[in-house]
Each structure stands twice: as C-alpha cells, then as structure tokens.
Design a binder for this molecule. Structure first.
Ligand SMILES: NC(=O)c1ccc[n+]([C@@H]2O[C@H](COP(=O)([O-])OP(=O)(O)OC[C@H]3O[C@@H](n4cnc5c(N)ncnc54)[C@H](O)[C@@H]3O)[C@@H](O)[C@H]2O)c1
Length: 395
C-alpha cells in the first residue's frame, strides 16, 4: 500500500536549509515513518532556484507569506534568521500546519512567549525546535543513564559551546545584528547547551546567579552580499563598517531545580575550538561527559567501581539494540555524523504527526524552547544588571 504523504515547505536556503533538505530527502529512506515527506516548496528571500533543483524541492518562491498560508502545505520547516521565526511560525500555526523551527525559538522573549502560547492552544498540531544535538545517539544515552539513576543526584553541570569563526575579518552578517539575531554567541550557542542540560537532566534552571556578556569586536565590515555560510560575506573594495550589536561571548552560572550548580560558556572567539559543544555532568554515583567533536562516544565514570579499576569508560554509541536511532543506519561502529542528527529528529517530527506516543527520543517543542529562551533572557539581564536573576521573575 502506498504510504501517506505530507507536504513540507522549507523556509530559508542557507546553512540550515541545506542540512534540513538533506534530512527531508533521506528520512523516509532510512526510517519507516507512517508519513512520507514530500519536498513541496522552498521559500527564500534570495533566488533559490538552483538550491531547490539540487535538493529536489518541487516549487520555489520568494513569497514566504503565501507559502505559510498555502492549504496544500501540511508542515513548515523554518531555517531563517531568528527574528523571522515568529512571523512565519505564527502564520503557519494559524493556518493549521505543523511547525518545525530552528533554534533559538525567536529573537526576543516576547516573540518566543507568543509562539509557545499559540502552540499550546493548537493541540492537534505538532511543534518541534531543532535542538539538533538531541539527535546524537550519545546524548540520548546520557539522558537514559540519568533516568536509570546511574549517576544519582546531580551536583554539577558544566557546559561549553566554543567556536572561533567570529574574529575581526568576519563581516557584519545578520548574526551580528540584534534586530535580526536577538543575541550573538548566546542565542546561537548557549541555547544549545541550555537545551542539552534540560534534555539530559530533566531539570530546569531556576536561577542565574551571575553572568558576563562581552562584545570584543565592536565594528565589522558591511558585506555587499551574504554568502550563506557562517563566516561568509562578499565585501566590496570600499569597505564600509557598521556596529556589531550582539555579544561575542557570554558565560553564566546558575542553579538547577534539584539543587545542583551549572555553568555555561559560549564564545565565537575561542581560537582553536571549531565546534566544541561539550557537556560534563557530575553526580553522587558517577559522571558523564560528551564532546560533539567526538560525537559517537559518551564517557562514563562509575564512582562505585573499586579504586583499582575505577576510570572513565569510553562508550561507542553505535549499537543498534542499545543506542537511540542507530538501528536505522549502519552496522555497529559505522560511525554517524552531523547530518544524521537532523535526519533522526525529522523522523521524530513525522512520528509525532502520526500520533505515535513513544518516540525514540523526545525532541524539543515550542514550550521547551520557550523555557530555554527564558534562561537566555535571565542570563542577559544578569549580565546587564550585574545581579542574580530568579527564573520566576522572567515570564
Ligand atoms: N541547529 C543548529 O545546529 C543550527 C546551526 C546553524 C544555524 N541554526 C539556526 O538556523 C537558522 C538559520 O541559520 P543559517 O545558518 O541557516 O543562516 P543562513 O544565513 O545560512 O541562511 C538563512 C536563509 O534564510 C533566508 N531568509 C531570510 N529571511 C527569510 C524569510 N522571511 N523567508 C524565507 N527565507 C528567508 C536567507 O535568504 C537564507 O537563505 C537560525 O535561526 C540559526 O540560529 C541552527
């Protein structure tokens, strides 16, 4: 029997547009989802004809508003700059579509709140936010270990997301403008590790006790055109400069709902760190450690081992029977990469649309991403006012 199909529309044709196109192209081939996605339309503000043809989008348009309202579209996927998430997602939800949206949920807390409120009212529609690292099997295993009580009460979470592409030669892309991005490294990188903390521990961050935000590169060359990759922009001969209005780095500390302490550090200026998304969790019975640059491995320390054999265990998370998602891919130890995380989460989105109660790993929804946005806001407030901020004060 032919599979049921759902028509997907993609918004944006840049870095994430590519990662998500790959996910929609492959998810139905590797996962036996009830619905098969049809790559119906790609909407971008730039000419995306070549992009759409390359990835197999059947239609292409610059008119995103028409696509958000098009009754032929069942689900939209938003891969555009942060300040455009809210208008696209709200219009799509209003017209009855399922919505998958890139992170951070929005450029501002007000936008994020409105999105989460509407999503809550639209009980028959699925929302998802691409905290893509949830799609890495090792992070799913870390969550399982915490659920199984393997590390006991959590004392510390120590998370970093460090990159180094944001030096002075990187032009004034949308990522450096607060009106487009909301914040800089903070919303871009801390958003991911706040989500990883919530995802693995199942706890909320209840207070930001201190925070520091810094913009080191105050001015950047204005590009004639954005080239659609993280650092890329074509700069004319006569360079004009504009002000960067976002942070380059934000570090903050906070408290978890079960009493543990947590630290989060993000930077685009940590030379030598390319995509160093790392988290370590220390509990009464042991510890967990993960580093995206070695994404197939989870490190586990069992504090109950006798001292003669105690030590960090390096677990390769590629066992079909034991580790999330990998059974859909290759034989054991045939390593997964960055793109698999997106395909894995696309399968969760389709499973949820099909009404499946038990999905492999829970993906973040609009409410999760709104909780994350509250923490982002609390950290910025704490840095600005140089004081602790309770999350109960940030609605
Ligand atoms: N999950 C992840 O790991 C991850 C990684 C990178 C970026 N992101 C997020 O993905 C989003 C996009 O980032 P990117 O790196 O792909 O940016 P990008 O600059 O590479 O691409 C943005 C695209 O959006 C298009 N666009 C802008 N406004 C639009 C609109 N109103 N309608 C349709 N298209 C529009 C642009 O033409 C461009 O094609 C951001 O929210 C970013 O934070 C997530």
């Amino acid at each position: 029997m032919a599979k049921k199909t759902i028509n997907v529309a993609l918004f944006g044709s840049g870095f994430m547009g590519k990662a998500h196109s790959n996910a929609w192209l492959n998810v139905g081939k590797f996962f036996n989802t009830k619905f098969k996605p049809v790559m119906h339309t790609c909407a971008s503000v730039v000419d995306a004809k070549d992009f759409a043809a390359n990835w197999g989008w059947r239609n292409v348009t610059k008119d995103w508003k028409a696509v958000a309202a098009d009754p032929e579209i069942d689900a939209v996927d938003i891969c555009t700059p942060n300040n455009t998430h809210a208008p696209i997602a709200l219009a799509a939800l209003e017209s009855g579509k399922h919505v998958a949206c890139e992170k951070p949920l929005a450029a501002t807390l007000d936008q994020a709140r409105e999105m989460a409120k509407l999503a809550k009212r639209r009980t028959k529609q699925v929302t998802q936010v691409w905290f893509s690292y949830r799609g890495c099997p090792a992070l799913g295993l870390a969550r399982k270990f915490v659920e199984q009580g393997k590390i006991g009460q959590i004392y510390h979470v120590r998370a970093q997301y460090l990159q180094d592409w944001g030096g002075p030669s990187t032009p004034l892309l949308w990522r450096f403008k607060s009106k487009d991005a909301g914040s800089g490294a903070h919303g871009d990188l801390n958003a991911h590790i706040i989500d990883s903390c919530r995802f693995i521990t199942g706890q909320e961050i209840t207070e930001v006790t201190g925070s520091i935000a810094e913009t080191f590169i105050k001015e950047r060359a204005i590009p004639e055109e954005e080239l659609g990759n993280i650092k890329g922009g074509k700069i004319g001969k006569k360079k004009k400069y504009g002000k960067s209005t976002v942070d380059d780095a934000v570090t903050f500390i906070g408290r978890l709902s079960d009493g543990g302490t947590a630290s989060f550090e993000s930077s685009r200026l940590s030379m030598g760190n390319k995509n160093a998304n790392r988290i370590e969790i220390n509990g009464e019975k042991g510890s967990l450690r993960w580093d995206f640059e070695d994404m197939n491995w989870l490190w586990y320390y069992n504090a109950q081992d006798d001292s003669q054999r105690a030590g960090w265990q390096k677990i390769m998370c590629t066992d079909a029977g034991s580790h999330p998602f990998v059974g859909h891919w290759w034989p054991d130890a045939h390593i997964l990469g960055y793109e698999h995380g997106f395909v894995n989460l696309a399968s969760v989105f389709l499973d949820r649309i099909a009404g499946k109660k038990k999905v492999e790993v829970p993906a973040a929804d609009f409410n999760d991403a709104y909780q994350c946005q509250r923490v982002l806001e609390a950290a910025l407030l704490s840095a600005k006012n140089r004081c602790p901020i309770k999350l109960s004060e940030v609605k």
